[in-house]
Design a binder for this molecule. Structure first.
Ligand code: SF4
Length: 431
């Protein structure tokens, strides 16, 4: 049977959402008495340096439009569930719910808000030996609506429907997905087998280039893509930002396992023509040829220090400190070669020979390099993840005169970069 994917230009609320759902027959298997679960992407929350909303979070406006469509269909039992990554103390899922207007949705429509991080779990085995612990509410709903954002990602190239389901996992399993043995994309591609979304809607009001937490550049795109087939929605979403099916490893894993064709031609596309909405977006920053840091190091003539590019084993807890260490290294540069120091993160990087000191950021990388004979002097920032203070201290101990204020200034600039810019409307994130 040919599955349908709808693509609709967003023009008004809630009509554009209504049209997107109708064009893919999205409510075909929905009963008004169903317990409906909506899973938006509210990746993390940061009060100190607020993550700019655009292209990062599912727009509250479209979530509200979806609730209106569900209510008009007769649904009364609607829950919104997410498990945001806690990158700062007390900044969990409910901080994101609060900051993005979900409390108003709760009041207005009687929906229930659930923090998957606090849910009871069910364990699922994949690939014979690995386990994924998934929030019970995510697997037990009658009608699960997966609601990601159209964005690129520094480890997986894109982050759409299949990746958004990672937020249904318990923290332990999220970390497990980053294990070096089975690999990130192979691991998380299995979540859809257990959660089984009934409908996937991709929010493309904004699309994010070079995306990850505080970073990335958002573009106004004004499209909504939906399908009852998660892979179909993802294939179309990926194409609108310039990625073919074969570019994305987690598509391949999911398609092979589920015996699904990995081509967009096998889907019926309704609504807009995909070709009218393609704007290729880059997923990665440039890096130096010898993997010693971001491309800007080469541009500025920074030598001595080496920060190899993070790999897929770096989990979300440590991802802010990976970026932080690059910015701190930049702050230490005064036009002279920097100390001969290598700075590592994640779970599998191995210190290379020839450095006077090796800074190991986080418990995982400390463990991975325990026996490494190429290390002359190890400076360890312990923690899971290590604190900002410990990262800055470790780099200082290694001889880098870092300036934490430069990092704070950069983060502030990231938070405020869309302020006053045309088309970047905060009202999309209010109910
Ligand atoms: S130390 Fe960092 S990479 Fe390792 S599990 Fe903790 S947060 Fe993840």
């Amino acid at each position: 049977m040919t599955e349908t994917v709808s693509i609709v230009k967003y023009t008004s609320s809630p009509d554009s959402m209504k049209k997107t759902i109708e064009l893919c027959d999205g409510f075909k298997n929905l009963n008004p008495s169903d317990h409906v679960m909506i899973k938006p992407n509210l990746v993390a929350w940061d009060d100190q340096f607020p993550i700019a909303f655009f292209g990062v979070y599912t727009t509250t406006r479209l979530v509200e439009d979806l609730i209106i469509c569900l209510k008009n269909f007769g649904c009364t039992d609607i829950t919104i569930g997410e498990g945001s990554v806690q990158i700062k103390k007390n900044m969990g899922t409910f901080a994101a719910f609060e900051g993005l207007g979900y409390k108003a949705l709760e009041k207005k429509y009687g929906v229930t808000l659930v923090d998957f991080n606090k849910s009871p779990t069910e364990a699922f085995t994949y690939h014979d030996e690995h386990q994924l612990h998934i929030a019970k509410e995510a697997v037990e709903s009658d009608f699960f609506i997966n609601f990601p954002v159209l964005k690129t990602h520094g480890q997986t190239k894109i982050s759409l429907g299949l990746k958004n389901l990672k937020g249904c996992l318990k923290l332990k399993s999220r970390r497990h997905c980053h294990n070096p043995e089975s690999g990130l994309e192979f691991s998380f591609s299995h979540i859809a087998d257990f959660v089984k979304p009934s409908l996937t809607i991709i929010d493309g009001i904004y699309a994010l280039e070079k995306g990850a937490l505080h970073f990335g550049n958002a573009y106004r795109k004004d499209v909504i893509i939906a399908s009852r087939d998660i892979l179909g929605a993802d294939l179309v979403g990926a194409q609108t930002i310039g990625y073919a099916a074969e570019d994305i490893d987690h598509f391949k894993h999911y398609a092979t396992r589920n015996n699904k064709p990995l081509t967009i031609n096998n889907y019926k596309i309704t609504g807009e023509k995909i070709d009218d909405h393609i704007k290729p977006l880059k997923w990665d920053w440039t890096w130096t040829k010898d993997n010693t840091g971001p491309g800007i190091f080469e541009k500025l003539g920074i030598t001595g220090v080496a920060l190899p590019k993070y790999d897929e084993t770096l989990c979300s807890g440590c991802s802010p400190i990976a970026n932080m260490s690059s910015i701190l290294a930049l702050s230490a540069f005064k036009g002279q070669p920097l100390p001969n120091v290598e700075i590592l993160n994640g779970k599998k990087m191995q210190a290379r020979p020839g450095y006077d000191k090796t800074v190991l950021l986080g418990n995982c990388i400390i463990k991975a390099n325990k026996e490494n004979k190429d290390i002359n002097e190890a400076i360890k920032a312990k923690g899971c993840p290590p604190s900002e203070k410990d990262v800055a201290e470790a780099m200082t101990t290694a001889g880098l005169e870092v300036n934490i204020l430069a990092y704070y200034g950069f983060m502030k600039q990231q938070s405020e970069k869309y302020n006053g810019k045309e088309g970047y409307d905060q009202e999309f994130f209010k109910a």
